[in-house]
Design a protein around this ligand. Structure first.
Ligand SMILES: Cc1cc2nc3c(=O)[nH]c(=O)nc-3n(C[C@H](O)[C@H](O)[C@H](O)COP(=O)(O)O)c2cc1C
Ligand code: SF4
Ligand code: SF4
Length: 250
């Protein structure tokens, strides 16, 4: 079973590429919203966690999910692929620590370099740069898939980055978000928000939580680029992995 979380599609692309025939793919954000934390594994079944790094640590969606997760038996093998735009620091080590509290050993951990979706902080790169990164990620995913099929061991690098979570939370305020006149009221941003932080109000999105996951789904996936975050994003591009094509979550 692979548990994944995605905002702009990179981690979904990775999770789908690693999926074995008949293996279940579970969206951690949807499961967290539904309070669905109990899963039955078949004997010999493996478990994987695929999600993006935020501020060199784990965001609330995967943290809450993993902390609440209950499995009927120990997985035969546990792995993680953390997608990133630059580096993951001790994020996989943090996941390993959280899993150890449940008696689960993280056997294989790797990062996966993909296009960066952090438009709150940086401009997006060119289409050619994204295509190059996605091409290299596709090759790397084949290698990872082969490692996983052989149940290879790969230790998580570095020290757990759980201590960075307060810094991540400090960046998660929703106050800087606003919507411009370009908004056509389609409601996609509210439907795709993994954290229930957006509500449609008189045909326009309204941020109803003080703090959110800060995943970038709303701002990157609005089909008419109507969402901004402070002044910084006005001149910046947006990023969506082709697997999502800017539409609703599958
Ligand atoms: C708030 C925020 C913080 C991020 N922090 C990091 C980071 O610390 N290191 C990094 O390499 N990428 C960082 N990223 C980039 C994403 O982890 C990366 O683009 C990821 O592949 C997006 O996955 P998704 O398309 O599945 O949502 C950050 C993105 C956001 C929105
Ligand atoms: S996705 Fe964009 S256009 Fe659609 S409701 Fe949200 S802000 Fe408006
Ligand atoms: S409000 Fe936007 S950035 Fe925040 S969790 Fe929802 S979709 Fe992600």
């Amino acid at each position: 079973m692979i548990f994944y979380f995605t905002a702009t599609g990179n981690s979904l692309m990775a999770a789908k590429a690693l999926l074995e025939e008949g293996e279940r793919l579970v969206d951690m954000a949807a499961a967290r919203k539904a309070g669905a934390y109990n899963y039955d594994l078949a004997e010999g079944e493996r478990v994987g966690f695929v999600f993006p790094v935020y501020c060199y640590t784990m965001g609330d969606v995967p943290v809450d999910f993993v902390r609440n997760l209950t499995l009927n038996r120990h997985p035969s093998y546990t792995f993680t692929v953390v997608t990133c735009g630059g580096g993951i620091g001790g994020t996989a080590a943090f996941l390993g620590k959280e899993l150890r509290k449940k008696g689960i050993t993280l056997s294989y951990a790797t990062d996966l370099l993909m296009p960066d979706n952090a438009v709150f902080y940086y401009d997006t790169k060119s289409d050619a740069h994204h295509a190059d990164r996605l091409g290299k990620a596709t090759v790397r995913l084949e290698e990872i898939k082969s490692d996983l099929s052989e149940h290879k061991e790969k230790r998580a690098k570095g020290l757990s980055s759980g201590w960075l979570r307060p810094f991540y939370h400090a960046l998660c305020g929703t106050k800087p978000f606003y919507v411009t006149d370009k908004c056509v009221g389609c409601g996609l941003c509210a439907r795709n928000c993994p954290d229930g932080a957006i509500e449609m109000n008189e045909g326009k999105p309204r941020w109803i939580k003080k703090r959110c996951e800060k995943c970038g789904a709303c701002i990157n996936r609005c089909p008419v680029r109507a969402i901004e975050h402070g002044k910084g994003t006005v001149k910046r591009g947006r990023y969506v992995n082709p697997i999502l094509k800017g539409g609703d979550n599958e």
